[in-house]
Design a protein around this ligand. Sequence first.
Ligand code: 13P
Ligand code: SF4
Length: 300
Amino acid sequence: MAGVAERIAELKESRNAVILAHNYTSADVQDIADIVGDSLGLSIAASETDADVIVFCGVSFMGETAKILSPKKKVLLPVPDALCDMAAMCPAEDLRRKKQEHPNAVVVGYVNTTAAAKCQMDICCTSGNALKVVSSIDDDEILFVPDRNLGSYVSEKVSGKRLILWDGCCPIHDRITKEEVLALKQPYPNAPSMAHPECRSEILEMVDHVGSTEDMIRFCRSSDAKEFIVITETGMRHRLEREFPGRAFRFPESAVCEPMKRITPENVLACLENLSGEVLLPEEVIAGAREPVRRMTGMK
Ligand code: 13P
Ligand code: SF4
């Protein structure tokens, strides 16, 4: 009998499917994917693919974003109830009420939100383009949701804007401590260090480079160093080791996003076999969320 990877390859062909995986999924999931990347790269890939079926190996908001960008395609989530903790911190109804308190603010929303919350936004952003998105806005007052850490990083970098921050965060990045980072750096004093902007500002101040998971790949590409300190979720290790054999990457080992790790080659196979886990969104939600997401990706 064919193995899981072979069955996935056969079904991908017969169903004209593409498998997208986020950099935080486990190594064996990244190995069966066609494209592995950050939220921005995968959103663009989802909007450009010719495939009929998109299997999205990521948390549920990522599959929803793919559906918003490609509403005619079948978008499947191997684990539909793998939820991003940060997305859960910004219910659409709470955001609607907050907007009433700040009627003149432009609402910039991180892509790590539900489709319903996106309907309340003016423009979406990811960690890969948040600075560019906020800088491109002419108005001075911005309601930035839901990540207070990314929001405060952006507000320090972009001048002339008043950012009102939502009180949300990624618990996995937010709980990384200064002491942990110091302990990682101590044995490798010359190793370049990088952190995801979902970390707290005191962590971002300690590293050489701040960026999305895909920015981290670019940062490594531009360096000859053999050791790196990487302050983000540990799934990135596989991606980095694959791209840069012979280099070593030190992570805070407790930074594990459990929902991402629930995705396995076996449940990818099951969802391709049964066409299960389909992302189904009401038409009005797709229409309401499409404009802010489309603005973010620069789509027509
Ligand atoms: P990226 O924007 O780097 O893909 O990160 C997404 C995410 O969920 C980080 O926790
Ligand atoms: Fe959400 Fe944090 Fe997991 Fe990213 S790492 S998907 S922000 S819970």
